[in-house]
Design a protein. Sequence first.
Length: 243
Amino acid sequence: MLVHAKAPFIRGCLLLISFLILFGVMLLPLMKDELGNHMTGLQYADNVFNELSKGSSYFIPGVRNSVKTVDGKSIQLTVKLKKAALAALAGAVLEKSGATDVRVEDGKVSFSGDLGLILTSATDDADNLYNNNADAVSQKYDGQPALKVAAAWWYVLSPCIKELQKQYKIGEAQVVDNVLRRAIEPGNNFFSVPPAKVSEHLILMSAMLIFYVLYTLWYGFAIFELFEGMGLAMTKSKVKQES
């Protein structure tokens, strides 16, 4: 017989069935976002945490301070892009940003110029993307899609770090890395997401976290009761007495 204890087995079945019913409800488009678009409960929760994450990921002021440390420092680099298709756009972006002697050939981009000037332009583009102002970025580069420009910045600046390190320009390499991780990456990842502060959504955040903990325990107790009903409960083994 599968069921060894009827009462815990029934409790486990009820808990698991109710858990699955609520999970099914969360997959229905019953919620609405700020624009009135229907979405599931999971999508709503994902949007909320994305907005809160964006609200705490604005590092542009600090990035601008680090870029100031390389103002007026000249560089001359040749880098190979992992996405060769973006090489032409990367060259155009660099030229628009004050780089000189820009040459593009076989997926490689060669350029020279003031590193501070170039990184300031990249930071400005990232700031506009973070603030969902794609038009400003697109107009700056003759109508190129803003996210494609961000990708060009990423793929041309990433290999610059290693090239600068080879030239023993460690400080400059660190600033480039800072611009990539704390400006271009957040700007691209959070584009189109409205920012929100945790302090403004404490009740919602607390409710969602409490629900997550309780819902996890709900499933855990359902499995525990089912197993106990089937006679699979864990018990402490008896200690053998030596004769």
